[in-house]
Design a protein around this ligand. Structure first.
Ligand code: GLN
Length: 538
C-alpha cells in the first residue's frame, strides 16, 4: 500500500504580532495529536540570524534548547509542552540559515552559472527544509513568524504558497490568526483589521481555509457571520479565541469551536475521537482547586520579563499544580542585590524558596551569589539552573572563607576560579552555536537528593553553557557544605551539586526546565516546590 502523504497546516498571522500565533499552532498540534495522529511542528522565522542563540533574551524571549542542541525561539518550548514531544533542530528554521545554505551552494558552484535569486532559489531552499522536517509524519504544522506583509517575511509566505500548491490542495491547509479589537466607546468588536489582514494574505496568493480570531475578551457569535461574509471563510472554519486565564486552556477552547474537526475533514485525515482527558486535568489543576501557595523568589537580571525565563516559569507552574498549589512568583532584582549595602534578608522576607535561573554576563552576578549564600546558610530551598549552579558553588566557596572565589566569565584571571572555562571553549566567548549544547548523560550519586528526586541512576538533560565547575576544587566541596551529586558518566564534569544537611539546595549545570511538561512536572522542580511548601507550613 502506498504510504499516505504528509498533510501540511500552514499558520500565518495578521494585524499585529504577539497574537499568540505560536500557542494557536501548538494547540492545533495538541488537538491533532489527541486524535491519534503523528504530528510534527516547525517555526519559520524571517530573521537573518542563523539561530536564536545570539538573540538578546530581553528582546526576543528565552532561547529554548532542543535535545540535539539547537538554540531556538521560545515558541519551540510551547510546541514541546503542548505536543508533549521532543523536537529537534529541524523544527526551527531562520532565514539566516536558509540564506547561508544558498550562498554556500553558490560558492560551491552548485547553481551552474545561473543567477541566484529569492525566487526560485531561496524559496526552494525553504521548501526543502520544510519538506525534510515533515518526513514520516501524518501532519506537519508550519508556523511563519511575524505578520503577513512584513517585508522580511515575504519569501517564507511565497515558499508556503508554492508548497501548498506542490503538495496539492487536498494535502495542505492555511490557518490565518487575526486580531479583533474591542472599542469601549461603542462597545463593539471591530472586524475591519481582520478583513484587511485576510485581504493582505490573499494578495500574496493564499486563501485561508481557517480563521482564528483573537480578542481580549469573548466576542459574540454574530461576529463569526460578519467575518465569514467578508473573508470568504465558512463560518464553521472560524474560531473565536478570547484571552484565556491559562494558555493551557487554548486547546480546549479551540476544540469547542470545532476547528480541529474542520481541519481533519478538510485534509481527509483518519482520526480517532480526541483524547483530551489528561489535558483537561492539566487545565483543572492550573485554574482551580489550590490547597496551598508556594511563594518563590526568582533572582533575575531581566526584571518582570517572563518571556526571558519562559520555560522556568512553566516548569515552576507545572510543579506547583502537580501538588495542587498555587504559584506566587516574586521578582528579586539581582542587580539591586549587587550593591554591598543591600539588605539581603529583607529582600527574601516571606519567600518559601528561591530560584537562580540561567544567565550570562556581569550584571547582577554578585546579587545571585548573595542569594545562593543566603539560601545555603538559612536552610531556604534553592534551585539553581546552569548559572544558578555556578553561583551556588561560588557562594559555598566564599562562605567557607575563599572570599575571592569567582567564575572565569566575570574575572578571567581570577585567583580562585571555582568555575572555569570548559576545555575547547577558550576564545569562543562571543561566537554563536559554540557552547556545550543539548543532551548529555549524567549519573546520579546513590543516596543523594538528586537521586531521590529523580528516582533514577542516570538521566539525560539539555545543556547550554561555556563554563563548568573546576575539578581542582571538587575535593573541597564537602568542607564547603556541598557535594557533586551528579556528574558526566566518566566523572569528569560536575552536572549537579547539592547542599549537605540542607532541606533542599539543588543546582544543575543543565536546564531541567526544558523537559518539564504541564502534565508531567520535572522531578527537580517538583522536589523544589514540594520543599517550598514544607517551608511555607513552618
Ligand atoms: N554563563 C554561564 C555559562 O556560559 C551559564 C550559562 C547559562 O546559564 N545558560 O556557562
Amino acid at each position: 500500500m502506498a504510504k499516505k502523504p504528509t498533510k501540511f497546516v500552514f499558520v500565518t498571522g495578521g494585524v499585529l504580532s504577539g497574537l499568540g500565533k505560536g500557542i494557536t499552532a501548538a494547540s492545533i498540534g495538541n488537538l491533532l495529536k489527541a486524535r491519534g495522529l503523528n504530528v510534527n511542528i516547525q517555526k519559520c522565522d524571517p530573521y537573518l540570524n542563523i539561530d536564536a542563540g545570539t538573540l538578546n533574551p530581553a528582546e526576543h524571549g528565552e532561547c529554548f534548547v532542543t535535545k540535539d542542541g539547537a538554540e531556538t525561539d521560545l515558541d519551540l518550548g510551547h510546541y514541546e509542552r503542548f505536543l508533549d514531544q521532543e523536537l529537534t533542530q529541524s523544527s526551527s528554521l531562520m532565514s539566516g540559515r536558509v540564506l547561508q545554505k544558498v550562498i554556500t551552494d553558490e560558492r560551491a558552484g552548485k547553481y551552474l552559472g545561473k543567477t541566484v535569486q529569492y525566487i526560485p532559489h531561496v524559496v526552494r531552499a525553504m521548501q526543502e527544509e520544510i519538506l525534510e522536517a515533515s518526513k514520516g509524519f501524518d501532519v506537519h504544522i508550519v508556523e511563519i513568524g511575524g505578520t503577513v506583509g512584513d517585508y522580511e517575511g515575504l519569501s517564507f509566505i511565497e515558499a508556503i504558497r508554492e508548497l501548498g500548491f506542490k503538495v496539492s490542495r487536498e494535502n495542505s491547509l492555511y490557518v490565518h490568526v487575526v486580531y479583533m479589537p474591542y472599542l469601549g466607546a461603542s462597545q463593539e468588536f471591530k472586524t475591519k483589521p481582520a478583513q484587511n489582514a485576510v485581504r493582505d494574505l490573499r494578495g500574496y496568493g493564499i486563501v485561508p481555509d481557517v480563521l482564528v480570531a483573537r480578542s481580549e475578551r469573548a466576542a459574540p457569535e454574530g461576529v463569526v457571520k460578519k467575518l465569514s461574509l467578508f473573508s470568504g471563510v465558512p463560518q464553521e472554519a472560524i474560531a473565536l479565541l478570547p484571552n484565556a486565564p491559562s494558555i493551557y486552556e487554548v486547546p480546549l477552547t479551540l476544540e469547542d469551536t470545532g476547528i480541529a474537526d474542520v481541519i481533519s475533514q478538510r485534509l481527509s485525515l483518519k482520526v480517532s475521537k480526541p483524547h483530551l482527558k489528561e489535558w483537561r486535568e492539566v487545565v483543572r489543576r492550573a485554574t482551580n482547586g489550590f490547597t496551598s501557595t508556594a511563594t518563590i523568589g526568582v533572582v533575575a537580571k531581566y526584571m518582570d520579563n517572563t518571556d526571558t525565563y519562559m520555560s522556568v516559569f512553566e516548569a515552576l507552574r507545572a510543579a506547583a499544580w502537580s501538588q495542587d498549589a498555587k504559584l506566587d512568583i516574586r521578582w528579586i532584582d539581582a542587580e539591586a542585590l549587587d550593591n554591598p549595602s543591600a539588605d539581603v534578608a529583607k529582600a527574601f522576607e516571606g519567600l518559601d524558596g528561591i530560584v537562580v535561573p540561567g544567565g550570562f554576563g556581569t550584571r547582577g552576578i554578585e546579587g545571585k551569589i548573595k542569594a545562593a549564600q543566603y539560601a545555603l546558610k538559612n536552610n531556604l530551598p534553592y534551585l539553581g539552573l546552569c548559572l544558578g549552579l555556578q553561583m551556588a558553588v561560588i557562594a559555598a566557596a566564599r562562605s567557607a572563607g575563599i572570599t575571592d572565589a569567582n567564575t572565569a566569565e566575570i574575572e578571567a584571571n581570577g585567583k580562585n576560579l571555582v568555575i572555569n572555562t570548559m576545555d575547547g571553549q577558550k576564545g569562543k566567548e562571543n561566537t554563536g552555536g559554540t557552547m556545550r549544547l543539548g543532551n548529555y548523560p549524567c549519573k546520579l550519586e546513590k543516596g543523594s537528593l538528586a537521586a531521590k528526586v529523580y528516582g533514577e541512576k542516570e538521566i539525560q538533560e539539555r545543556h547550554r553553557h561555556r563554563y563548568e565547575c573546576a575539578n581542582a576544587y571538587r575535593e573541597k566541596y564537602e568542607s564547603w557544605g556541598i557535594r557533586a551529586s551528579g556528574t558526566s558518566p566518566d566523572s569528569s564534569l560536575v552536572e549537579i551539586i547539592e547542599g549537605i544537611n540542607h532541606p533542599f539546595f539543588l543546582a544543575s549545570q543543565f536546564h531541567p526546565e526544558f523537559k518539564s511538561r504541564p502534565n508531567r512536572a520535572h522531578p527537580m522542580f517538583r522536589g523544589f516546590v514540594k520543599a517550598t511548601l514544607e517551608t511555607a507550613l513552618k
